[in-house]
Design a protein around this ligand. Structure first.
Ligand code: ADP
Ligand code: MG
Length: 359
């Protein structure tokens, strides 16, 4: 529980910081119809800033829709589609899900495929054994992990139309992709209301729409993943969208939710599905930037699992196939690796770090 509170307070600070960076809140913007909506969903604090006519109604509709998505995807709500699937005691029996759930599951499985299982939405039984799904953290032993790893395999999720079937004991969890998908849907709802300028912050999963009301780019801070005394940025991304187009910025790292075992080892909430252990490679965080929030969320988790070398290789081979994405990796050795597409929009403020461009 303590870990949880820590996460919430950190997110509130992030949100305040992001809002500060984006220069929202001025009387000028209020006059032009700014609406701000803050609420708790999907285990995190969500803040929607929208500018323009209809913005109040728009942010309210976004909140309603995200709460609906949470009801579909919660792993603990007995009425959710994911809960029904995970607790389908007659496993092998398919469970009928809504179109949006089918789409996000198919998308996640596609990314699992492309990343060789670095993203695996069936890692839940292992995640649970470490206590990341409840309040009590623990270190499972090797036997327990190898037994649970037999249940982890995205290839055993069978999707036929809107019907999804798992094998006995398997569990599916959309935690690594849900907020990204929600950010795409939120941006769409805002556009339907005619909003051309908005900042959607779903617990650090950022989606920008259009430009700031003063027509300048959004300034999004990139957090220092090694700093635990509060919030600090290592640099800033300036995002300029065309028209009411959008850009998502999503970061994964094991610094957000973690615990320290009695022997001093720090374990984080992103699991390497190959080993069953929390990721421990050369990375502190992986940030993905693209117009597609779901892609950013799924890939930020997967690239964090892969580590810098394989992530760079993945970007070279797949960026075009996935309609283009950029990447910012922060390494334990004090390096910041960015793909060439963001070399003009990223400015490093922490000059102790070594900036390199991947191309
Ligand atoms: P956050 O939700 O903190 O923003 P992520 O998008 O990286 O971070 O998702 C992490 C969540 O995804 C974990 O809390 C867990 O529910 C789930 N998860 C952990 N490891 C994996 C993995 N290798 N593949 C898919 N999901 C994972
Ligand atoms: Mg993710």
């Amino acid at each position: 529980m303590i870990g949880m509170f820590k996460k919430i307070s950190a997110l509130i600070i992030t949100a305040a910081l992001c809002a500060g960076l984006s220069g929202c809140g001025g009387a000028e913007y209020l006059a032009s119809g700014e609406a701000v909506r803050t609420f708790y969903a999907m285990n995190t604090v969500m803040i929607i800033n929208a500018y323009g006519k209809n913005s109040e109604q728009a942010v309210s509709d976004v909140q309603d829709r995200i709460l609906e998505l949470e009801k579909l995807w919660s792993v603990t709500d007995e009425n959710s589609e994911i809960y029904r699937l995970d607790h389908n005691y007659d496993h092998g029996q398919a469970v009928e899900v809504s179109d949006v759930t089918r789409d996000v599951v198919n998308f996640a499985l596609d990314i699992s495929n492309r990343t060789g299982g670095a993203l695996d939405p069936t890692v839940y039984p292992v995640l649970s054994a470490w206590g990341f799904t409840g309040d009590e953290y623990r270190v499972p032993d090797a036997d327990e992990l190898s037994r649970l790893l037999k249940l982890v395999n995205y290839q055993n999720v069978k999707v036929t139309g809107n019907k999804i079937a798992l094998e006995p004991g398997m569990m599916l969890d959309l935690g690594a992709a849900a907020k990204g998908c929600a950010s795409d849907i939120a941006a769409e709802i805002l556009r339907e209301h005619g909003i051309g300028s908005a900042l959607i912050n779903l617990g650090g999963n950022i989606m920008t729409v259009g430009t700031k009301p003063d027509n300048t780019g959004w300034r999004i801070g990139v957090k220092d993943p090694g700093y635990h005394e509060g919030e600090k940025n290592i640099g800033v991304l300036t995002i300029n969208n065309n028209g009411s187009g959008g850009t998502a910025i999503v970061t994964s790292g094991n610094y957000e939710r973690f615990f320290t075992a009695v022997d001093g080892t720090v374990y984080g909430h992103i699991i390497d599905p190959k080993t069953g252990y929390p990721v421990d490679n050369d990375l502190l965080s992986a940030t993905i930037i693209s117009p597609n929030g779901l892609l950013c969320d799924a890939l930020s988790t997967a690239m964090f699992v892969l580590g810098s070398e394989k992530a760079a290789e993945f970007w070279r081979e797949n960026s075009n196939k996935l309609k283009g994405f950029d990447m910012l990796l922060i390494t334990k050795a004090g390096g910041v690796l960015i793909t060439d597409g963001i070399s003009d929009s990223f400015s490093l403020t922490d000059k102790t770090l070594d900036l390199r461009v991947i191309n």
